[in-house]
Each structure stands twice: as structure tokens, then as C-alpha cells.
Write a protein that binds this ligand. Structure first.
Ligand code: NOJ
Ligand code: CA
Length: 516
């Protein structure tokens, strides 16, 4: 049974990357039974939900985001019975379950795509196939988000097909009625298995300009603000035609219609230009609950980054996060900074996304090139932080072989520092701070507060929140910041650390009172 109460307005969601969470059968790869066995830990933190990254049948060319059957569990991860047991256990612990939905593209091994290659025109219409130009070159200048040309030659059809990520991830034509019907059924199928919400992958890339106009060259400003690093030529274009974020936001009304009013829906934005404005468009009333951009992790949640978020977006509709299976672990190896940033995330109103292992402040692991499997990392090696580091499996036990993740050989090397783990896993360690913060944000209603004022300098940030329990002022100081003397009374919450990161949250009795 799903938890009876309606979804909280600003859920705290724990992201699980299934291959790397917990292995139950010794093959070195995390699986659903392993997740189920560890759900008490997640529930014990006090989060509202888990989001499982893609669990579907896939060649795993892109870590599960290249799907060949969206209605089946990857056999290495388990069975449908295992999934049902996971959902039942989660619900029993009061956790809701959010699944990834990768509607933007399929694997090139998907039966639809294989049929299209074999000449089935109705199936070809579910993708974007186009003839070559007369000189045999690709139809236009579009570049995929991973940086290679967005067109791949399909010799079987004597045509190119469009892909926005890897070549083996052909983009779907989401305006195609058969695709729409299949996606509607897909959402309802997973709901029939008890799923409470969805995370929509790459939702800002859903639609494209059907006239296939060339993208213009990026201006200097656009180039500096484009998604991706400077080593990725994706940043060289202004993506006016290969992705239509506003039209995709409009399309999100379909997702709401298919999923129904009670499902909690969030979307990933892969745009950096107008990122928050696009995110807000996805969250209009008949659309999604929330959307998230990569501004916070890319800006290291600096004072200016937070101010930018508050100036441009409704924080109730933006998911706050710092690390993921795509982005390096934040505050790597710095527990003081990790506790400070957790406090900042807890105080910011709106949903909060916590990536597996950040409750222990796991550092960003280093991997050698021959250990890495992610094609994006390998494409640009050694540029960039890479995406595989945060996918190194979770340690569960500082003393156990392979840290209790597996009885076999982990799929990526685990070189966690046992002494550091012992310290962070001990009572009073970082996970306890996360527990306190998660409880406190709910009890003090920071999660649903209005930000009535904010101010910042290079190394400090002040937030004034109007909560259901009265007004509070939160001050955050990065190392070197001078602490302002603004409150005589005992703070509601304070955090100080040798590293220089400090936070103080006080009642502001000049307006409203705090319930005892
Ligand atoms: C975002 C996912 O998080 C990432 O892992 C994937 O490579 C792309 N979308 C494409 O699906
Ligand atoms: Ca396994």
C-alpha cells in the first residue's frame, strides 16, 4: 500500500543508482534485492521518497539510459517480483517510489528501432530519419549533447537518424501518436506496480524544430553559458532548433494527464540558457511538480548561485541538489563543508534531492582510464570530472571486504578510506546531521517557507524565511566570512567547523513567533 497521506509539498528524495547501491548475489553489481535490504537505512534518514535511476532492460551503453524495453526490469538487476517486493517494503517504511522515465530516446537495440532499420515506415516515423544532403553529408549542423554530430548514418535505410546523446540512443519523435500512446501506457503500467512518481530524463530536449533549421553559432555569452564543458563542441552552437525547451514544457501537460493528479512528477533540464525560466515553464499548474537544472552543482552552491536561483525561480518548484550519478560528489572529503552544504539545502524551501552516499560525505573517487566504462568519460579522457566517479559502489561497512557492497568483485574498484569511513559512519557523524536537518526542516516548516528577503556577498548569504511557525533568518558563512551580530537569542540551529564553514539559523521575533 502506498503511504496514505498525500505527497508532502516539498519532498526530500534519496537518489539510488541501482548498479552501485547494494549487491545481493555476489555478481559485483547492485540489484533490486540489495536495495530492498538497505531501505531501512534510507527511511532512517527521514526522507520521503526514493528515486531509482533507470532499472530497465538495456545494453547499458549509457549506464541504463539506453533502454530497449521500458516495461521490463534489467535481468542483472532482478525480476518484476523483486521490484514488487521493493515497492512493498518501501511503502511499509513510509517511503514513496519514483522511477526514471527516459521518454526522449531509446536504445538502438529497441525493437521499434530495429524494425525501422528493417524498413518498417510506421516504426521509422517514431524516430527522426532524414535523407543525406546531395553530397552525402548529414541533414544539418546539429551536435549531440555528448559532442559528436547528432546524425548517424543508418546504411540499412540509406538515411541518417537523429540522436541527442550517444549514437546508440536514437531520439524519439514524441509528437508521434503511437509513441504518445506507448508512453501513456508505460506510465500507467508502472503505476499499476505501485509507483508513486516519475523523474523525466532530459525533458527539455523532448522536441525539435521539424524544419531542421541549422543552429546558429553561439555568441560569446551563449558559449560561456551553454550546457557542457568547453572541451565539448556542443557549447559552440546556440541550440535554438535541435531542442525546443518551451515547447517541451508545453508537452509536459501530456505527462500530467497520463500520470494523473496524484503522481509526483519532476523533470531534468539539460539547458543552461534560461535554465530556471524553462524549469518554471515545466511547472505551470497543469504540468509537473518540480524541475531541476544543473546550476547549483555547477556553481558549487555559492552565495551568488543561490541568489540567482531565488531571483529567477520559485524555489518551491526547483529541486535542490549537489551530486548525482552524472555529477561529481560535492565537498569531496571535506565533512565540514558537506555538513554546511546540507544545512543550506535543508533551509532552502522546496524539494531536496540527496544522492546515495552523500549522507556519509563520500569523496569523489579517482579512477584510472582502464577502469572507466562510461563512454562519455572515455570520449573526453582525461578532461572533465567524469561521470563514473560518483557511480563507484556504496560502502556499507568500513571493516568488511568490499565494504559490505558485494561478496564478489565490485563492477568498479572501491578504494574508500576505511579510517575516514569509520569516522563518518560513527554515531554523531554526518549521517546524524542529515537526520537532524531532515527532521528539522519539516518540523520548522523550512521546506514550505517563503523566502521574503535574501542578501549575499562573496562569502556569505542571508535568507529570511516566512514559515508557518514564524519568521527565521538563516546566515551562511563560507571560510573567512565575518559573522554578523544580528541575534541575541539562542539560535534554532547552528553549525561551526574548523574548516571555517558556519551557519546560524535564528528566530526573527520582530515578526511572528515560533511555536514551542
Ligand atoms: C541524463 C541522465 O542522467 C544521464 O545519465 C544520461 O546519460 C542522459 N540523461 C541521457 O539519457
Ligand atoms: Ca547483483
Amino acid at each position: 500500500m502506498a503511504p496514505e497521506a498525500p505527497w508532502p509539498k516539498a519532498p526530500a528524495i534519496y537518489q539510488i543508482y541501482p548498479r552501485s547501491f547494494a549487491d545481493s548475489n555476489g555478481d559485483g553489481i547492485g540489484d533490486l534485492v540489495g536495495i530492498t535490504a538497505r531501505l531501512e537505512h534510507v527511511a532512517g534518514l527521514g526522507v520521503d521518497a526514493v528515486w531509482l535511476s533507470s532499472i530497465y532492460q538495456s545494453p547499458w551503453a549509457d549506464g541504463g539510459y539506453d533502454i530497449c524495453n521500458h516495461g521490463a526490469i534489467h535481468p542483472i538487476l532482478g525480476t518484476m517480483e523483486d521490484f514488487d517486493a521493493l515497492v512493498a517494503k518501501a511503502h511499509g517504511l513510509g517511503l514513496r517510489v519514483i522511477l526514471d522515465q527516459v521518454l526522449n530516446h531509446t536504445s538502438c537495440e529497441h525493437p521499434w528501432f530495429l524494425a525501422a532499420l528493417a524498413g518498417d515506415e510506421a516504426m521509422a516515423a517514431r524516430y527522426l530519419f532524414r535523407d543525406a544532403r546531395l553530397d552525402g553529408t548529414q541533414p544539418n549542423n546539429w551536435i549531440s549533447q555528448f559532442g559528436d554530430p547528432a546524425w548517424k548514418w543508418a546504411h540499412q535505410r540509406r538515411q541518417f537518424y537523429f540522436h541527442q546523446f550517444l549514437q546508440c540512443q536514437p531520439s524519439l519523435n514524441l509528437r508521434n501518436p503511437d509513441v504518445m500512446a506507448a508512453h501513456r501506457d508505460q506510465l500507467r503500467f508502472w503505476q499499476s506496480h505501485g509507483v508513486d512518481g516519475f523523474r523525466f530524463d532530459a525533458a527539455s530536449s523532448y522536441l525539435w524544430n521539424e524544419a531542421l533549421a541549422n543552429n546558429p553559432v553561439a555568441s560569446q555569452w551563449v558559449r560561456e553559458h551553454n550546457t557542457g564543458e568547453t572541451f565539448n563542441p556542443f557549447a559552440y552552437q546556440e541550440h535554438l532548433h535541435d531542442m525546443l525547451p518551451e515547447a517541451s514544457a508545453h508537452y509536459a501537460a501530456n505527462l500530467r494527464e497520463w500520470a494523473g493528479a496524484n503522481s509526483w512528477l519532476m523533470a531534468e533540464m539539460t539547458v543552461s540558457i534560461r535554465s530556471y525560466e524553462v524549469a518554471m515553464a515545466f511547472c505551470k499548474s497543469d504540468r509537473l511538480n518540480a524541475a531541476y537544472t544543473s546550476d547549483l552543482p555547477e556553481g558549487s552552491a555559492s552565495p551568488a548561485t543561490i541568489a540567482d536561483l531565488l531571483n529567477r525561480a520559485d524555489p518551491a518548484r526547483t529541486v535542490k541538489w549537489l551530486s548525482s550519478h552524472d555529477n561529481p560528489r560535492h565537498a569531496s572529503g571535506k565533512p565540514g563543508e558537506a555538513a554546511f552544504l546540507a544545512t543550506l539545502m535543508a533551509v532552502l524551501p522546496g524539494p531536496w534531492l540527496i544522492y546515495q552516499g552523500e549522507e556519509w560525505g563520500l569523496p569523489q573517487p579517482d579512477l584510472a582510464k582502464d577502469e572507466v566504462t562510461d563512454p562519455f568519460d572515455l570520449m573526453y579522457w582525461p578532461d572533465g570530472p567524469g561521470r563514473e566517479g560518483p557511480r563507484v559502489p556504496m560502502p556499507w561497512d568500513a571493516e568488511a571486504p568490499h565494504f559490505g557492497f558485494t561478496d564478489g568483485k565490485p563492477w568498479l574498484p572501491m578504494r574508500w578510506n576505511r579510517a575516514e569511513l569509520r569516522a563518518v559512519m560513527a554515531d554523531g557523524g554526518l549521517a546524524d546531521i542529515y537526520r537532524d536537518l531532515l527532521r528539522f526542516r519539516r518540523e520548522q516548516a523550512w521546506d514550505t517557507a517563503q523566502v521574503v528577503r535574501h542578501d549575499h556577498g562573496d562569502d556569505w548569504l542571508t535568507l529570511c524565511l516566512e514559515t508557518n511557525h514564524g519568521r527565521v533568518t538563516a546566515w551562511f558563512g563560507w571560510p573567512g566570512a565575518a559573522h554578523p551580530v544580528t541575534h541575541e537569542e539562542a539560535p534554532l540551529f547552528s553549525l561551526g567547523h574548523d574548516s571555517g564553514f558556519r551557519a546560524t539559523i535564528c528566530r526573527d521575533d520582530s515578526k511572528g513567533t515560533v511555536a514551542a
